[in-house]
Design a protein around this ligand. Structure first.
Ligand code: NAD
Length: 417
């Protein structure tokens, strides 16, 4: 039995979820059709540490159709969809994932993936690469390269490269246009609101909604919260992004000023202790706190625990902290990324592009000559292919440059007429 999931009996429901996701993922469908004919991944073993969602299952099956053997574990203790991994296990994908893991269980699953001797690693947050480079270095000799799905993972991997610690090449899938401009912005935007609503069912219209950060993810959250009628305040540390938020029509101020105003706080920065004790001291009773960044460090939860006299679970993904001073604060999804832990993660349509990149990057790594141990950008052709496949899947055609326009755009001779 090469799997560990919560309940294999959930597999029928999981199959339906995968079928539903697949119907909204035309890029992967088109790649799968080609993979079926060409079998370009024959002989490749892929170790994947990704949020184990219905969309990830569609990616896994696409890679398997291309001839790869894939072994999967989750990339967060709270983001696995138990039905989906049961369906994968039943169709003989080795999978080690369930929702609600302890830290030890989480790393046990990562180690099971490494036991399968991956040739290509696929990470979301760099915990698989991190484990291979620290505690399982014997696995490095089998690995040809890897890919990284998220901003925080890319930051960690670039830090490894700068330290001279990175021992194999990584392609930063996060940094493809077809990934961050859509997944981080529209995906996180919609699914974070989805997570907050599933956890709380509160009305957003009329609420003061504080968004910490104005990067790709946070701006998506800010735009969608405004669309729901919330009064959105943005906090930033980067002057350019703060300016962009102002010009986009948001109020911008330090979090110390926003803390007493906010009804709902969402952080998505990739940074630590963004919402800290000093901010929580100023918040109104009833304020709701959520994180949409990769790790559960953006809200200082140990400080919140210390400030509290008691804590109770009100409903799934909603914990009430009764503070010693009488106020109540509400933390969603234990401070883990709210869109995956309290909802289902990004919509399939957007994961279609991110995972289209992942599938083509796996093929690229498998076919490429040996690359140096560095962090690489996604090749431009892959980005362009994914964008074209997506448009095709949506039934949208666009114009083409004429020969005259192509010449004009590459010449310096014509100016003011
Ligand atoms: N929830 C999801 O599904 C999901 C999806 C993609 C990425 N992510 C994660 O979300 C996080 C943000 O990713 P991104 O692509 O938006 O990154 P980004 O680099 O585009 O943006 C991060 C922003 O946060 C700002 N920031 C940093 N520290 C801050 C602080 N103390 N206060 C206010 N702002 C601060 C930075 O100046 C920057 O503008 C990362 O951890 C990433 O891995 C989550």
């Amino acid at each position: 039995m090469d799997y560990k999931v919560k309940d294999i009996e959930l597999a029928d429901q999981g199959e339906l979820l995968i079928e539903w996701a697949s119907a909204h993922m035309p890029v992967l469908s088109q790649i799968r059709s080609r993979f079926e004919e060409e079998r370009p991944l024959e002989g490749l073993r892929i170790g994947a540490c990704l949020h184990a969602t219905k969309e990830t299952a569609v990616l896994v099956r696409t890679l398997e159709t291309g001839g790869a053997q894939v072994v999967l574990c989750g990339s967060n203790p709270l983001s696995t969809q138990d039905e989906v991994v049961s369906a994968l296990a039943r169709t003989k994908t080795p999978v080690y994932a369930w929702r609600g893991q302890t830290t030890d269980e989480y790393y046990w699953c990562i180690n099971k993936v490494i036991d399968h001797k991956p040739i290509v690693t696929m990470d979301d947050g760099a915990d698989l690469v991190g484990t291979i480079h620290s505690r399982r270095t014997e696995a490095i000799e089998d690995v040809k390269g890897g890919s990284e799905e998220t901003t925080t993972g890319v930051i960690r991997l670039r830090a490894m490269e700068a330290d001279g610690a990175l021992r194999y090449p990584i392609i930063a899938v996060n940094d493809a246009y077809t990934k961050y401009m859509f997944d981080n912005r529209y995906g996180t935007g919609q699914s974070t609101i989805d997570g907050i609503l599933r956890a709380t069912a509160v009305m957003l219209a009329g609420k003061t909604f504080v968004v910490c950060g104005y990067g790709w993810c946070a701006r998506g959250v800010a735009i969608r919260a405004r669309g729901m009628g919330a009064n959105v305040v943005v906090t930033e540390v980067n002057p350019l992004r703060a300016l962009e938020a102002i010009m986009d029509g948001f109020r911008v101020m330090p979090l110390m000023d926003a803390a007493p105003l906010g009804d709902i706080f969402v952080t998505s920065t990739g940074d630590i202790n963004v919402i800290d004790r000093k901010h929580m001291k100023l918040m109104k009773s009833g304020a709701i706190l959520a994180n949409a960044g990769h790790f559960n460090v953006e809200i200082n939860i140990p400080a919140l625990d210390e400030m509290s006299a008691s804590k109770r679970r009100m409903r799934r993904s909603l914990d009430e902290y009764q503070l010693k001073d009488g106020r109540k604060l509400y933390l969603l999804a234990e401070g883990r990324l709210v869109n995956l832990a309290a909802a289902e993660g990004h919509p399939s349509e957007v994961m279609d592009m991110s995972f289209g990149d992942q599938a083509l990057v796996a093929e690229y790594l498998w076919k490429s000559e040996k690359l140096e141990a560095k962090v690489y950008e996604v090749p431009e052709e892959i980005d362009a292919t994914v964008a074209s496949l997506k448009l095709k899947g949506m039934g949208i055609e666009i114009d083409e440059l004429t020969d005259e326009q192509r010449r004009y755009l590459t010449s310096w001779k014509e100016g003011t007429i």
